[in-house]
Design a protein around this ligand. Sequence first.
Ligand code: CA
Length: 219
Amino acid sequence: MRILIVEDDANLNRQLKEALSEAGYAVDVAFDGEEGHFLGDTEPYDAIILDIGLPQMDGLSVLEEWRRAGKTTPVLLLTARDRWSDKVQGIDAGADDYVAKPFHMEEVLARLRALVRRAAGHASNEIVAGSVRLDARSGKVTVDGQAIKLTSHELRLLSYLMHHKGKVISRTELTEHLYDQDFDRDSNTIEVFVGRLRKKLPDTCIQTVRGLGYQILED
Ligand code: CA
């Protein structure tokens, strides 16, 4: 899952980036409203963390522009002011959730997980495909109840496919959603990771749809 952080406080931006990277997300960052608006408009994020008070263009205007343009990416607003009117304005502008500063990083991570899974149509943190179970909260994967060990790249890949099970996902989409902007995007990398992942999963788990991409079937 690929996340955009738009936060002008350099320190907070860095802390968020570290926490999210550690939690297994690919992360891009912006430090002002214009840059954030541009990235959110042009790159396919799975969720966006957006501060309200930003230079160049304030967070609510950025959000309104995205929604006017038809962008449905889940947005978690950060507000420095714990005022109900800001929350109402934020929700009206199209925010999916908000966290008031100062916040605990765990709360941001929990709200983000919920946004990502709801956007993909899952009601709980546990996603099941046949004998494979993914706990999106802990990142633990089991096959027939047995825990299996995955690298962070393998987990990202499996998590994306499980969140979107039933759909055919192209290699381009995987590359765009699993890696940040600066990553060297060689589409062969995806094939290598799919190959490694398949060795750890039941044979039929990840299907290749010739010429289109990969798919984990609905049960
Ligand atoms: Ca700010």
